[in-house]
Design a protein around this ligand. Structure first.
Ligand code: UDP
Length: 413
């Protein structure tokens, strides 16, 4: 067995208010023929980043509707995670080192984990590139199950050597899932579908929080709650562009000296680059005491993220590459319009000028921040539109419908 992750039970019935009766009824209908089916989700980390976030809810809701779903996490060495971070960066378009030593270690870890896998599942859903190789090294018995590879990354401009290495693994699968059709590089998997990830409206991170409670939570940090707060929640990672955020903040600060910036980022266990980029971000912030760089080590958990997203005057997600960007939907759901990088899956979420702004440069980002600060009523109006856009498209219930539909389709194949 790989490392099992315990998920707290959830009830699909509780989602009727957020998602609507028709959606929940559709889920129950799709789940009916899948009752008792055994499904194993596999990924590389139980904490930090969007995939772990999604799997806590998806696994629990699958269980609630009668699918026997489990979630397990692979083990890896430091060198393996350095390699997979390079693969991740390469798939997003960076020219990265990719040596034989790295691929040897990646194969070794995939083989080792494959040897430990249980063989009696009906479906294996493998998330992202780290464990994509399991299928090649698994015992024959498990090969008769249906294998799905869910890639959460924006692969539109992959660095070719990485995709050349990975695609023979992806080709072994019965089905692949990419967030957007343009991410799918093509291949031999016979079933290829596209759907975006989602947020859980009932998780502690996204559940309704009153302004008073949000202020109380934020008062635990060294912020002045009577001055405007600009926030970006994201891992410390070049693609999330925290350095660009600091530049934009500095432009704003020159005109609005009262602003404060919160850069909030959890440290994922499969992200060895995180601390390095955290230090770079700290250096860029210099001695400006209005820049607050916070992590899970300073006590920022789900409730605090909720408070920052709902309680900030401006929410940013200034990514330069983004598979989807759950943080955008999370903020929209709280009625906050988002100023976000014009890239990847963010474009599905932000309708430019309606529920936020898509920006292509630091200067544009700064201009939009100044707009929102000087026009808070407009910001509220756009926020309300954002919440409805998320309700219709990016809630966990929609994700469940997409997975159940795919499992049903593979069952009938
Ligand atoms: N997150 C968090 N605490 C932090 C930073 C991020 O809980 O300090 C969460 C964030 O709220 C979101 C997820 O981690 O749910 C990040 O997902 P996203 O798709 O935005 O980016 P990824 O990290 O997967 O690239």
């Amino acid at each position: 067995m790989l490392n099992p992750v315990q998920v707290n039970p959830k009830s699909i019935e509780a989602y009727r208010e957020a998602a609507g009766d028709a959606v929940v009824d559709e889920i129950l209908r799709l789940a009916e023929p899948l009752k008792g089916a055994r499904v194993l989700h596999v990924n590389a980390t139980a904490f930090g980043g969007g995939v772990a976030e999604i799997l806590y809810t998806l696994t629990a809701l699958m269980q609630d509707v009668g699918v026997k779903a489990d979630w397990q996490v692979i083990d890896g060495s430091e060198e393996f995670f350095n390699t997979t971070k390079c693969m991740h960066n390469g798939l997003q378009g960076m020219e990265v080192p990719f040596t034989g030593t790295m691929t040897d270690e990646w194969v070794r870890i995939n083989k080792e984990n494959a040897d430990r896998m249980e063989l009696d599942y009906d479906y294996y859903i493998i998330h992202d590139p780290q464990p994509v190789g399991l299928i090649k090294y698994i015992n024959e018995k498990a090969r008769s199950a249906k294998w799905i590879w869910r890639c959460h990354i924006d692969t539109t401009q992959s660095f070719q050597p990485i995709w050349d290495f990975m695609h023979p693994y992806a080709d072994e699968y019965d089905a692949t899932i990419f967030t957007m059709p343009e991410y799918d590089p093509g291949g031999k998997a016979p079933v290829r579908v596209n759907f975006p990830p989602c947020i859980d409206p009932l998780s502690p991170k996204n559940t309704e929080m009153s302004p008073a409670l949000s202020r109380e939570v934020l008062s635990n940090f060294d912020l002045d709650l009577d001055r405007p707060i600009i926030t970006q929640i994201s891992r410390f990672d070049p693609w999330k562009d925290p350095l660009g955020v600091i530049e934009a903040y500095k432009i704003v600060k020159a005109q609005r000296p009262d602003v404060q910036l919160a850069l909030v980022g959890s440290m994922a266990s499969d992200d060895p680059e995180g601390w390095h980029y955290y230090n770079k971000t700290k250096d860029a912030a210099g001695d400006d005491t209005d820049i607050h760089i916070l992590t899970n080590f300073e006590g920022v958990g789900n409730t605090e993220v909720n408070a920052f997203q709902g309680g900030s005057d401006v929410v940013l997600q200034k990514s330069v590459r983004e598979g989807f960007g759950l943080t955008v939907s999370e903020a929209l759901w709280k009625g906050r319009p988002v100023i976000a990088g014009n890239c990847g899956g963010i474009r599905m979420q932000i309708k430019n000028g309606e529920n936020g702004y898509l920006v292509d440069s630091i200067e544009e980002c700064a201009d939009r921040i100044l707009d929102f600060l000087s026009n808070p009523e407009n910001s509220l109006k756009m926020g309300a539109e954002g919440r409805e856009h998320v309700r219709g498209n990016f809630l966990t219930t929609r994700n469940l419908i997409d997975y159940l539909t795919l499992l049903g389709r593979l069952k009938d194949d």
